[in-house]
Design a binder for this molecule. Structure first.
Ligand code: DC
Length: 223
């Protein structure tokens, strides 16, 4: 029997999404990328002109907005639609302004409380692969398979760089590497639910491994 609840955590650009999507496909499970929810709240704040340092307003926003993750409505490289109050924001949440602000927003306890509650509700139904920073530790500590996927900052920056280039967007490797390091620093030192491996997580270092090799390892673990 494969595990019913799979948690995948790790730093930015470690390959969690690629692995998670593949695994969910293979098992016929729901794939939930929780980073999307933090990005959506950040995007909404920027859009509405809310100061991202205003913790109280950000918390209220996270409690009030409706974030929907739906099957893809367009064939433009997306794997799902992200909608907020019916507006399609799938690509908007990947822009550099969101990228620069999301670690600040996701450090607020009130924002985390609101989004964690939603994630837990989805996860507890089972047959789910959930990806993030705190899934095995906080969102779904009862997950029956926990993976902590890591890679060096340089390798992760290379992957982000290649992703942006493939989408035809301007990319600067040095700036990306700096952003990866800053996000690691903020994500792993915040007070609430910092990036951390659960004690019972299986560590995989993906430096020097292809996405295929990482998937094969985890597929073995599912047996
Ligand atoms: O995985 P990502 O790059 O889309 O995540 C965006 C941000 O959200 C990242 O800075 C960390 C934060 N995040 C979090 O704090 N907890 C999660 N479960 C998922 C993401």
């Amino acid at each position: 029997m494969p595990p019913k609840m799979i948690a995948i955590d790790g730093p930015a650009a470690s390959g969690k999404t690629t692995l998670g999507r593949r695994l969910a496909d293979y098992l016929g499970y729901l794939f939930v990328d929780t980073g999307v929810m933090y990005r959506a709240v950040t995007w909404a704040a920027l859009q509405r002109g809310i100061d991202i340092h205003d913790e109280a307003r950000l918390t209220a926003l996270a409690e009030e907005v409706q974030i929907d993750i739906l099957p893809p409505s367009q064939n433009d490289g997306r794997f799902y639609d992200v909608r907020m109050d019916h507006q399609d924001i799938t690509w908007e949440i990947r822009n550099p302004q969101v990228e620069a602000a999301v670690s600040i927003v996701s450090a607020y306890p009130g924002v985390r409380r609101a989004l964690t509650a939603q994630q837990r509700r989805i996860g507890l139904r089972g047959r789910v692969v959930m990806v993030g920073r705190d899934i095995g530790t906080v969102v779904l500590p009862e997950a029956d398979l926990k993976i902590y996927l890591d890679a060096s900052p340089e390798e992760r920056a290379r992957r982000r760089f290649a992703e942006l280039q493939a989408r035809g967007e301007a990319a600067d490797y040095g700036a990306i590497l700096q952003n990866v390091r800053e996000r690691d620093q903020i994500d792993s030192t915040r007070q609430v639910a910092p990036l951390q491996a659960a004690p019972d997580a299986i560590h995989i270092d993906s430096d020097g491994l292809t996405a295929e090799e990482v998937f094969e390892r985890v597929r073995e673990l599912c047996r």
